[in-house]
Structure formats: C-alpha cells, structure tokens
Design a protein around this ligand. Structure first.
Ligand code: IVH
Length: 712
C-alpha cells in the first residue's frame, strides 16, 4: 500500500482489505504498547486516530474480514473481551512452597498429625514425586472421551476459554484412547514450551521485529492466550498431565495408578517421577531425588523450578482436603533462588495501600534466571541498615518464582569511594506527611491516611484486583489515569463512572487511545463486577491484616453483609460480647480485631460502605453482595458453632475440624453462649465445664459422628 495515497476503501478488493487489516492490527497494537506499557508514544495522536479510523472504515465495509485480534476489540494494550470466562467445576488450586528439607519434614509432620493411622512416626507414607514444570496450568474437560473445553487457571475459580487453542496442541488428545475413562473428566496439567522451541521462537521473533519473551513460561502463556488459534498452533507447545478436577466417577486408588491411567488415555506425563516412602527412616530418598533432579535440570529440555511431592493414596488425599487454596496432601519443594550482580541506581520509597513505606532499589537492569529485573525490595529501614545498603552499591540480587526480587548482600569491594550511608526519609515522598515508626515495629508508615494519594491509589488497585472485584480493563495504569484526572477517587466512583461519563463533554471514548468500543468494553466489565460474593467483598475493602483467608473466615461466620457490618460495629468495643464472638474465630486475634474495629470507626470507610451497598437512608446500592452460602447446607451442623475438646479416638483433632468445616460448621477454640455443640473426647477439661455452666449441648465423639452421619 502506498502510505501517502491509500486505496480508497470503496475501491478495495477482499485481498487488499485483508492484507491491510492484518497490517493495521499489528501497527495499532505496537503503538498501544508503546503508549500504555512503555509510556513512549511512537506517533502523534492524530496519526494514531487516523490508523484507528482507517481500520474501522475497512472493517465496516468488509465485516467478514474482521480479525479476532482486531484493535476494535481491545481496550488500550489489554485484550478486553477476548476470551469467554468459564467457571471451573472444581477450583484450580495452587501449591504451598517448601524451601528446605526442614520445610518438607514439617509438611509430612502435618500429614501425620492429621491422619490418625499415621501417628506412628515409623508408619510408611507413600508419596509420588515429580518435577515441577514452569509453564501455565490448564484444565481440559472430556465428555464421553471427547475434548469439550480447555480453560486456563485464571483466578482459580474462573479461567479463560482457550478450547480452540488447546485443540492445536499435539500433546493434547482430542479423543481419549484406551478405556475406563469416566464419562466426564477434567484432566489438569501444565502447558509449557520446550527450551529448544523457546530459543527458536525468540530468534524468529527477533528477526521479524516481534516481541521477545523473557522465559519459556511467558512464551507459553503468550502463545496459548492468542485470539487467533493458528498462532498457538505455530508455536509448538507441550502438555504434561499431573492432576484432575471434576470426574463423574473414580478411576484410580492412588496417584501412581492415576498417572498410569492418564498415560493409557494418551497423555504425556512429567518424568522422571518416582513412587517412594517418605517415612522418617526413608527420608534420604526424597533428598536424593531432589538433588538428582537439580543436577539434571539443565538437560531435561524444559524449565522446571522444583519438585512436587504428593501423598499417593487418593482416599488420604480426599481426607486431607484443602487449606485455603492449596491441598494439604501436596507440596512444591522449590529449587534455590537464582542470583546475579548489579548496581543500585537509586533507593526509592514506595507507599502501599495501608500506608506502609517500603524502600525499593532501582537497579541497572539485569537478567536473573532468564527474567529481566530492574527493581528489588529492600523490605524496611532496619534491613537497609543491617546490610548497609547504599545507592551506587554493587549488590547480589535474587529471585525465586514469582516472588519480588530481593537484595541479599553488598559487594563492599566495589563500593564507590564517595558513597554515603542511606538515610531513610522522614516524609512521605507522595503527600509529604511524616513517616512514622512505632516502638518495636519493623515497618514505617505514612501518616497521611486519607489525604495520601499513593495510599488511595493502592487501595483502588487492590479493590479492582483479580481476587477482589476482578474488573478487567481497569488495571493499574488505568486506575492511575482516572485517579489523576479526578474521575475515580474512591471505590464507589468506579460504579458511577459510566453515568458521569455519559454527561461529560469529554467522554472516555474521545480520549487518546480510546474508542467507543474500548470505552464500552470497560463499562461492561465494571457493570459485570457489580455482583460479588461476601468474602471477595470483604477482601476488596483492603482492611489491614484481612487477606483472602481471613475474609473467607469472616464471611463464613457472619453469612451476610448486613450481619457482618453490624457485628463489626458492635465489636469495636473491646470486651463486648460481639468482640468475643469475633475473637472466637480461629485465626482472628486481638490485633486483627483491632484493625477491623478501627476500619469501622473511620467515618470515611463507613461512607464508602454506605455508598457501595446502599446507605441506611435508602440510596440505591451500587453493588450487590451475595450472602455466603455454607457448603453442604443439608448437614444438620451447617452454620452451627462447634468446639472440640479432649482426646478424640476416631480421628485427629485437625481432621475433625476439617470435616466439620467441610459440612459448613464453624469450629471455635473457646466455649461461649454462641457455641452450639461441645464435642468432648477423653480427658476433656475446663471447656466441658464451661459448656455445662452455660447450658451448651455436650456430645461424645460417637454422638457427634452420628449427628454428621459419618462412620469413623
Ligand atoms: S499438582 C491441587 N504437579 O505448580 C494442585 N502441579 O505452584 C495440583 N505444577 O498450580 C497441582 N508441575 O500449575 C502439580 N507436577 C506437578 C506440577 C504442578 C507444575 C504447577 C501447577 C500449580 C503450580 C503451583
């Protein structure tokens, strides 16, 4: 095409249109990236708008040629409505990490503590051990043996529909072979790119001026999440099966047997794997496997970042179940972090959503284990002093997995002669308020509270993040942008944004880099986020110390937003009944209760809650918060508060607690008027006494098991 004299759209042939749309998609994507990700616009606004306009004009005349990756579908640099979301029938979990044999021993001790039959330290524990593949996990649903859907992990509950893409991966069977597969089975495993394919892809990308990937994992992710499946196909991805989600029936009794079945059905397994006994007498075997794999690491042909240890017996896996987002029956033993040397250009202070001031080192960019690192956390004032870290120093930087890179030490011989001790600033770099540090505390905090813009922005970013409101298209960049323009200052502003935009004389669609489509995509995703579960809602508020696990505990205990709010307001009074009730949740201590109370005494927070959920004077709610639904509400103990005391015979205390919680009961550590049952084992002491005084029902272990309808 002649740039200065483009073919008029009405005179174009199909072939010309197709070629030009491809070219436009590529160049608009490039300019989006330059603008949004690199803050380095490559062309003027007018030129950019002309490209978009031309693209739109061609698409209008040739609607059948609109590409799946058309710029019209994208908000800024992010694919917006690209993939359909699919809810996982069984959530996709992650793994707890171990970093030493001592951590692994702790993991095994936890299992012995849970499964009563394993109390004898000599009792064998069979475990399957496999390499931990560094790719991205994927769930493949087979119905009647036919591949029906492929989904990425996403946030664990909901992933992206990549069915068309996984169908192009040779290692993924389209039809299960062999026999004996359940009529419905979700096979889970890791999509990865081999080292050789990764190097070849980057060489090709480099030659064509395309994007270079930092490591095989990013390359695999970038290749799978392609709107155009033919790109996925051209990228040669692999797949290792190692787990499963929903199944219509059992198909194995052990992990080892399950592996064999998966292989029979046509899956590739991650090798080398072993079945071994992890009991104390045999502990050397795990160590040997770990060291052996670490030695073979570079010659495997694909990236691994540790080993995974799984309890072999599936009935034990079932009993062990999950704790928050990870199984109790598996652990990832990671390889030691990778290290490199570089220079600190500058030390900056970053303010978090709770006001915490974290010193961060700006580094001369350096590749650490295949990932470009330019910033590392220095944790806090004492850490800097202890290691005597200074600007201009040459330091050792390390990173492990997705953890934020750290500075582990200074190379003193390389210290510049004119270097000076680092002085922690006295004022917040953003709002100028004093930075304060409490006696005996490691953290320094900005005292600016609500006036500090850094804190406000971080709170908003947390509010829209994946595990909170999960608003796609409202990423960190856009929060900064809308905040700086004064359009979104507090969470409720997010939900009134569209209405205000409609009345604005400069609506979003007229901004640089935005179009009708991208603006409406953003408003659509905001409006989809208006319905939210209670636990996510609590988490989204960003109350100090209240992470996802605590938010779930609170949701489970209070069940509805209304009750939670009333409970928290009443619990603000130390020593009150409601405070005791809050403290009786295992995992909630005085300090956390104090933070919850403080949050609710702050008028601004109450106003935000009122505006979000409908004020008590009747204003319409902006979001609707779904009540927590106790799992298996059919159980007679669902919603009841139970205290276990004394020695149980049929199962360990941990297992009794886990089972009760699975049935929807709240397990509490102390007896109060709100306790429904006290289950008293042998030698029950003061708790049983208190229960008798308060008139709380006391059950024997046998009666309890009858009540929950389970055998031993
Ligand atoms: S088992 C219930 N086995 O590591 C969890 N995971 O860091 C089942 N991974 O999300 C996971 N290799 O994506 C398992 N051999 C392996 C694995 C493996 C890699 C990934 C997986 C998981 C992540 C956790």
């Amino acid at each position: 095409m002649d740039k200065d004299h483009p073919t008029p759209v009405e005179e174009m042939t199909d072939a010309q249109a197709k070629a030009e749309l491809a070219q436009l998609a590529q160049s608009i994507a490039l300019h989006d990236r330059l603008y949004h990700e690199k803050d380095q616009p490559g062309i003027t606004d007018a030129e950019y708008d002309a490209l978009r306009g031309r693209n739109q004009a061609i698409e209008r005349r040739f609607p059948h040629l609109v590409r799946p990756d058309s710029p019209s579908f994208r908000v800024g640099a992010e694919p917006a409505k690209g993939f359909r979301k699919i809810r996982h029938a069984v959530p996709m979990m992650s793994l707890e990490n171990a970093f030493s044999m001592a951590d692994v021993a702790e993991f095994l001790a936890g299992i012995r503590n849970f499964i009563l039959e394993l109390r004898d330290p000599e009792a064998p524990i069979a475990v399957v051990v496999e390499p931990k593949i560094d790719g991205l996990s994927c769930s493949l649903r087979y119905e009647g043996g036919v591949l029906a859907a492929g989904t990425t992990r996403g946030n664990g509950s909901e992933g992206e529909d990549v069915t068309a893409n996984v169908k192009t991966i040779a290692a993924i069977p389209k039809n299960l072979s062999g026999s004996g597969w359940p009529s419905v089975i979700e096979v889970r495993g890791e999509v990865y790119m081999s080292d050789a394919d990764f190097l070849a892809l980057n060489a090709r990308q480099g030659a064509e001026g395309g994007k270079l990937f930092a490591n095989p994992r990013n390359a695999a992710a970038g290749s799978l999440r392609q709107l155009d499946p033919s790109i996925t196909e051209a990228r040669s991805l692999g797949f290792f099966a190692y787990a499963w989600g929903e199944t219509s029936g059992p198909f194995a009794q052990s992990q080892w047997e399950a592996r064999r079945r998966l292989a029979e059905w046509g899956f590739t397994l991650n090798e080398p794997a072993v079945l071994l006994d992890a009991s104390t007498g045999e502990a050397g075997a795990l160590d040997r496997y770990y060291n052996d794999i670490q030695e073979k690491r570079s010659s495997l042909g694909f990236s691994i970042d540790g080993i995974v240890i799984k309890v072999d017996r599936l009935d034990w896996q079932d009993r062990l179940g999950f704790i928050s987002r990870s199984p109790r029956w598996a652990v990832a033993w990671k390889f030691p972090p990778e290290q490199a040397f570089t220079v600190i250009d500058k030390i900056e202070i970053q303010i978090g959503r709770t006001g915490r001031a974290t010193p961060v080192a700006n580094l001369k960019p350096i590749s650490v284990g295949g990932v470009l690192v330019s910033r590392a956390t220095l944790h806090n004032e004492d850490e800097i002093a202890r290691k005597d870290i200074r600007e201009g120093d040459t330091v050792v930087v390390q990173r492990a997995g997705d953890v934020i890179p750290q500075v582990t030490g200074v190379i003193l011989e390389k210290r510049p002669a004119d270097s000076s001790l680092y002085a922690f600033p006295a004022q917040c770099p953003v709002c100028g308020s004093m930075l304060a540090r409490e006696e005996g505390e490691a953290g320094t905090y900005c005292t600016g509270g609500l006036v500090c813009e850094a804190q406000a922005k971080e709170r908003l970013k947390h509010f829209v993040s994946r595990d909170a409101f999960d608003i796609e298209g409202l990423g960190e960049k856009n929060i900064e942008l809308f905040f700086d323009k004064g359009l979104i200052r507090t969470p409720p502003d997010i939900f009134t944004f569209e209405d205000r935009d409609r009345l604005s004389d400069q609506p979003l669609a007229s901004w640089k880099g935005w179009k009708d489509k991208s603006a409406s995509n953003l408003f659509d995703s905001i409006s989809r986020a208006r319905t939210i579960s209670l636990d996510r809602f609590i988490y989204a508020l960003g109350i100090p110390q209240v992470g996802e696990a605590t938010a779930r505990l609170l949701a489970r205990r209070y069940l509805s937003l209304e009750r939670w709010r009333l409970g928290m307001e009443a619990a603000a009074l130390p020593g009150s009944d409601e405070r005791q009730h809050l403290l009786s949740i295992e995992g909630v201590g005085e300090s956390m209760a104090g933070d919850l109370a403080a949050f609710f005494t702050e008028p601004h927070n109450r106003e935000v809650l009122d505006r979000l959920t409908g004020s008590r004077d009747g204003a319409a709610p902006q979001v609707s918060v779904i009540d927590f639904e106790p799992p298996a509400a059919v159980s007679p103990v669902a919603g009841k508060t139970v205290v276990f005391t004394g020695t149980l015979e049929k199962m360990s205390r941990s297992e009794a607690k886990a089972r009760a919680e699975k049935l929807g009961a709240n397990v509490s550590g102390s007896v109060s008027k709100k306790t429904d049952y006290v289950v008293a084992g042998a030698d029950a002491g003061s708790k049983e006494k208190v229960a008798r005084e308060l008139g709380v029902a006391i059950l024997t272990e046998k009666e309890w098991l009858e009540l929950i309808g389970g055998a031993g």
